[in-house]
Write a protein that binds this ligand. Structure first.
Ligand SMILES: [Zn+2]
Length: 486
């Protein structure tokens, strides 16, 4: 999509007029495009039309590639002559960027390593080889920026939008307890967009400027709000009240940043709570939330937030043996100092160890490690001829993800496909277990045992792990503390 630039500009001006003009036309202090950034990046959380056009173009392309609508089928016939869309030459295409289908790098059921090495550098070849494929299944599209693998305009926008540096004082300006009118005022102040005489002079107004408060100096943002005699007196007063160090600041942002970094450390504000102060009224009006004081729970104001009572409940959990004649696999994973470790252990109905494994997976996140660990365990079980066994993992998200049949993010979706295939073929029952009852594999994952180990009997296991296996076989109870919020 390429909407005419002039139209986009006009629309931007209309939006801008809505923001700045009241009943009559007033000064537009900044252009619309400059406001189109998230608050964290110094904007006002508006979306730029240009970015939205790109995001919706992504949606069009996605729907076209999905080929589920009559429109998409028509477009394929008309513009791609039924061949693969990425193989079609664009009108103005350059011949120096070759396209290949993944299938060209496949031999039988596996990657064609030699051919990959012909085209790609070694580190990328290793990454590609890690991608688990099941050529018997139909291809499905995965949108990599989203957590569930499905396309969304918001993730597309987030990926392609223009960005600015993070503004450090955002949290201080845009805050649930500051009225929006004040937030907007401070935002204008730090971007120098207030109708001060100095700014008006820059806009071409012919006027002589003299500060109203002290009758000396020009009326500029710096003078009125920072280093004019009245401003200095006000800041001195409040810095004393809050116990903040008085420093010399070059701009209002620097002053706000100073307050922000002093939060929780040196704020002291007894005089603001005494005798029906402003903050106390806010507290009575239930404006504060507990989250408003995150990281500052020791300041006196925190008592103004509604208190929630938290109690602890203890429950007893234990590892459950599988039914007689069947086996149970427990897997777990840990990520420490960028080393992802997965492990698992198979036991029979008497709690005796059949085999166990330990494997390092390189630099992946915890959900991916848990999945890879489970997959590795499942493959080992199937190789040993196991069928109709039970599996327990202590990550609820993983169990839900596997059972939900929903697509997962890239590249986790490949591991999910593989796991689901084995589970349905080998009739595996998967369920969640509390971490306390999964202690054996939790312990094994915390040890450093090298890149890969297979233990074929309990004698080979580290003694700490053996001890927990023994406790589990006697159905030893572990205590689990649950937090109850009321
Ligand atoms: Zn002054």
């Amino acid at each position: 999509m390429h909407p005419p630039k002039a139209i986009m500009l006009l629309l931007g001006r209309l939006f801008n007029a809505f923001l700045w003009d009241g009943e009559s036309r007033k000064i537009h202090w900044t252009s619309w495009e400059k406001l189109c950034f998230p608050k964290e990046e110094g904007g006002l959380d508006f979306h730029s039309l240009g970015d939205m056009v790109k995001a919706f173009s992504c949606k069009l392309w996605w729907n076209f590639r999905l080929q589920v609508s009559p429109w998409a089928k028509f477009m394929l016939c008309k513009y791609a002559q039924q061949s693969h869309p990425s193989m079609v030459e664009l009108g103005h295409s350059s011949a120096d960027s070759p396209y290949f289908l993944v299938a060209k790098f496949f031999i039988g059921d596996n990657w064609n390593e030699a051919k990959l090495r012909l085209w790609l550098p070694e580190p990328i070849v290793l990454q590609v080889l890690q991608v688990q494929f099941d050529p018997s299944k139909k291809d499905s599209m995965v949108w990599s920026p989203s957590a569930n693998g499905l396309f969304s305009v918001s993730t597309a926008w987030e990926t392609i939008r223009k960005r600015k540096k993070i503004c450090l004082v955002t949290g201080f300006i845009w805050n649930a307890i500051v009225p929006i009118k004040l937030s907007f005022f401070v935002w204008r102040l730090i971007h120098n967009l207030l109708p001060l005489e100095e700014n008006l002079q820059h806009k071409g107004f012919m006027l002589v400027s003299k500060c109203v408060c002290c009758q000396s100096g020009t009326e500029s943002g710096l003078h009125v709000f920072l280093d004019g005699s009245v401003a200095v007196a006000i800041w001195d007063h409040f810095f004393n009240v809050f116990g903040l160090k008085i420093l010399k600041f070059s701009c209002v942002s620097a002053l706000l940043l100073h307050c922000e970094v002093s939060r929780g450390k040196s704020f002291n504000c007894p005089s603001y709570l005494g005798g029906g102060g402003f903050l106390k009224s806010l507290g009575t009006a239930k404006v504060f939330k507990n989250s408003s004081f995150q990281g500052d729970t020791d300041v006196i104001w925190a008592s103004l937030a509604p208190s929630s009572t938290i109690s602890h409940r203890h429950v007893s959990v234990s590892w459950g043996r599988p039914s007689p004649g069947s086996l149970k696999l427990n897997t777990d994973a840990s990520v420490m100092q960028n080393v992802a470790v997965g492990d698992g252990l198979v036991r029979n109905h008497q709690g005796e160890v059949i085999f166990a494994f330990y494997k390092e997976f390189g630099d992946v996140d915890i959900l991916a490690t848990e999945s890879l660990s489970l997959l590795f365990g499942l493959i080992l079980c199937v190789q040993k001829g196991m069928f109709g066994f039970a599996v327990e993992v202590d990550l609820v998200v993983l169990v839900k993800l596997i059972l939900s049949n929903s697509l997962a993010k890239w590249p986790l979706c490949n591991t999910m496909r593989h796991i689901r295939k084995i589970i349905s073929q080998a009739l595996v029952g998967i369920s969640h277990v509390f971490r306390e009852a999964n202690g054996v594999v939790d312990k094994l994952a915390s040890l450093k045992l090298g890149s890969q180990r297979i233990f074929n009997s309990s004698q080979e296991l580290p003694s700490l792990v053996k001890a927990i296996v023994a406790l589990d076989s006697m159905s030893f109870s572990h205590f689990r503390t649950q937090v109850v919020r009321e």
